[in-house]
Design a binder for this molecule. Sequence first.
Ligand code: NAP
Ligand code: HSE
Length: 436
Amino acid sequence: MTDVLRVGVAGLGTVGASVVRLLQRQAEALTARTGRRIFVAAVSARDAAKERGVDLSGAAFVDDPAALAASSDIDLFVELVGGAEGAALASVESALRSGKSVVTANKALLAAHGATLAALAEEKHVALAFEASVAGGIPIVKTLREGLAGNSIERVYGVLNGTCNYILSRMELEQLSFDQCLKEAQRLGYAEADPTFDIGGFDTAHKLSILTSLAFGTRIAPEAVDVEGIERVTLADIDAAAELGFRIKLLGVAQRTAQGIEQRVHPTMVRKTTAIAQVMGVTNAVTIDADAVHELTLVGPGAGGDATASAVVADIADIAKGIRSAPFGLPSASLRKLERTPVQRHEGGYYIRLSVPDVPGAFAAIATRMAERRISLESIMQHGRGGVSRRTGEGPVGVILITHATTEQLVREALDAIYADGTIAEQAQVIRIERE
Ligand code: NAP
Ligand code: HSE
């Protein structure tokens, strides 16, 4: 190991520019902590002429990220381009093949190719580090991989997407529209280049699949995540949740079951009294249920340049010190195949919002279909915009059911029967309630 570490950074957008800035700002402290002088020797982006508000005068500009990754002028490659394929994949493969360690914040890449990239890194005896890929500035990867090594984990869940949490929080607190909130999240640099990854739940699914692998020692399996986004969540649901003592969060949940592992991403009702319900704005939180620590929650900024750069720089510092962990906590060959428990087997409480015609017997018919499947109701609320137990006037009436614990399959069967009866005017809104 020499006393300098020459870093190549591909991608100089929200995260890349912040990483270069942070490495410069913390240069002395990082040298003191790692024993090496860490400096950015070369960079890559699409537009060499773009002003990025950061001093790049000492760094060579290389047009092609894969060429930068293979260059003998750098010791470590940092991928901050984004995307599961294209320049990101080509450059990470190029760096690993040329025997260089890689740091990336790219969860889409890891979800799609994490297993093969980890195997390649092991074969080449280099590091593949991705602390920034999950929950921004929260050191959750290190926590699961090292800090909780003595635990058997039952469940890991949390708010893993800053953009969605920002949108849901502002909709609730300021009664703003979904589109207004999304535009603001994009302006602040939280959203993905294609924000459907955020609001559709896919970004959370990518992150969850990384956490699952680390928590349960299974091969990363993004295709085994059941995913729903926040597009169908309305202000009516957010208001109703508040009146019932809940908040709506987009959660990613990975849970050990008798059959295997359940991985699901969906809008979720969480009781307002829980720690996860207090997490507002771009903040993320991850809770781990494990045998020795019982419950551990980490909370912090989940997106944005500085917070993400903090995690990238932590990985760079580890590599500078010569630390090389198995990317997913175990040697690739020891990771087990994930046995999927589909969401149809999920057990829990449900929020169901129905639009019910204001005619005698309509509600009784719904209650009958629930009772036939032994779905027991914790509460029933008639809900119109503006308050509980208020009617919106003529036409259908909003009715909200909160069920006690039941199974997804029974809820879906009951709703199918209700649709077949023609009792309700439109598709029901169904939101799962996460147990504490
Ligand atoms: P971004 O602002 O869109 O920046 C992307 C950068 O990559 C830009 O500098 C762009 O160059 C460069 N680039 C794109 N295609 C390229 C190509 N073919 N060749 C060379 N350079 C190319 O994205 P970001 O928000 O920084 O995100 C970067 C990565 O971090 C993504 O994987 C993202 O998922 C992840 N991440 C982001 C956050 C966040 O809060 N933003 C948090 C955690 C993780 P130009 O500038 O010249 O166009
Ligand atoms: N778009 C992501 C989010 C960035 O909003 O959480 C952080 O991974």
